[in-house]
Design a protein around this ligand. Structure first.
Ligand code: IPM
Ligand code: MN
Length: 370
């Protein structure tokens, strides 16, 4: 076949992770055939079982092995027999940091036919993107415990950011906001006045400038400095607590949100549930100049392992995000369109066991409607 060839590393991971990634791979293969490009897959059996049998979370050369690929597709990490934190930190966070995937891109999008817990809200209202900083903040693990086990013990975990980390994340978010809308199709949340001023999109910084007056002082200053390079993007600011409130009450107010690692982690679970839950929420850990890793936002759901009832759409949509990132925009859009057709016309629910179809059948439906 003609067309480009992309090498994809697949880490199925734990629980239902391998089942959902298998469906994603199936759809990706169909899309490659249809849109004339080639995919080569390499499988990596890392996760809870690997750890239990080898005592290691990852082989020493894991990063080197992955760097031979163009992108990574990840299922889910988390095993009931392994203490929480070991695999999450040892695999997921380790790879995000080692591969410098400094952006975690998480679209919050309600697809047609999907039930949202937000009364009266439609796909028109819930359609924004969260840009979560992905390699800094509280996640860097700066801190410690002293006098552990005594009545005087002290625990500290610091939110650490340098200007470079803040700036590259904010710049990425402005560029994304700019790309999402054009003069011809501006974000419909803009006022007439905004449009007269040439604005086409909005970027909201989600922070906590009223309490975390050091870290968010830096974020806010950098945000408004970078904003000057993007005259078409309207900069806005919202405290994290208020962001949660508006994500529920008025999600249509958001276009693109940029935020820190910890706040982004929290608000994207809220966002995911407003778009129908973990069965459909996809994300990408992105290094714009390097190797990126795409994953469903949800966990390994061990109790459903091997039953064929888990929803693979989040993994399928993560695969679509991966193709988009690789430059196969047409194929990516076709997968998303097909997924959106089946949520609107086929699936009864997004929840495991309630879709009206098996995991495998959902993958087939996406392919049939490509
Ligand atoms: C996520 C997860 C991870 C995170 C955990 C599993 C370490 O919750 O991808 O959102 O906190 O980033
Ligand atoms: Mn999370």
């Amino acid at each position: 076949m003609s067309g480009k060839t992309y090498k994809i590393a697949v880490i199925g991971g734990d629980g239902t992770g391998p089942e959902v990634t298998a469906e994603s791979v199936k759809v990706l293969k169909a899309a490659a055939a249809k849109f004339s490009f080639n995919l080569e897959f390499g499988k990596f059996e890392w996760g809870g079982e690997y750890y239990l049998s080898t005592g290691k979370v990852l082989p020493e050369d894991a990063v080197e092995q992955l760097k031979k690929f163009d992108a990574v597709l990840l299922g889910a990490i988390g095993h009931p027999k392994v203490k929480p934190g070991i695999l999450e930190k040892g695999i997921l966070l380790e790879l995000r940091f080692a591969l410098d995937q400094y952006i975690n891109l998480r679209p919050v999008k309600l697809y047609p036919g999907v039930e949202t817990p937000l009364a009266g809200k439609t796909p028109e209202d819930i359609d924004y993107v969260v840009v979560r900083e992905n390699t800094g903040g509280i996640y860097t693990g700066v801190g410690g415990i002293s006098m552990k086990g005594t009545k005087d013990e002290v625990a500290v975990q610091s939110m650490v950011y340098n200007r470079m980390q803040v700036e590259r994340c904010i710049r990425y978010a402005f560029e994304l906001a700019n790309k999402r809308h054009t003069k011809a199709t501006p974000w419909r949340g803009l006022s007439k006045e905004d449009i007269e001023q040439g604005k086409t999109a909005q970027l909201t910084l989600c922070g906590k400038t009223n309490v975390l007056t050091f870290v968010f002082d830096l974020w806010e200053r950098v945000f408004y400095e970078v904003a000057k390079d993007f005259p078409e993007v309207k900069p806005a600011y919202c405290h994290v607590d208020a962001t949660c409130m508006w994500m529920v009450k008025n999600p249509e107010w958001f276009d693109v949100i940029v935020t820190t690692n910890m706040f982004g982690d929290i608000i994207t679970d809220l966002g995911a549930i407003t778009q129908g839950g973990m069965g459909i929420a996809a994300g990408g850990n992105i290094n714009p100049a390097g190797l990126s890793m795409f994953e469903p936002i949800g966990g390994s759901a061990p109790k459903y392992t091997g039953m064929g009832v888990i929803n693979p759409l989040a993994a399928i949509l993560a695969g679509a995000m991966m193709l988009d990132f690789l430059g196969e925009e047409e194929a990516a859009a076709a997968i998303e369109k097909s997924a959106s057709f089946i949520t609107g016309n086929k699936l009864k629910s997004m929840a495991a066991g309630k879709m009206g179809y098996s995991t495998n059948q959902v993958g087939d439906l996406v392919i049939e409607n490509l």
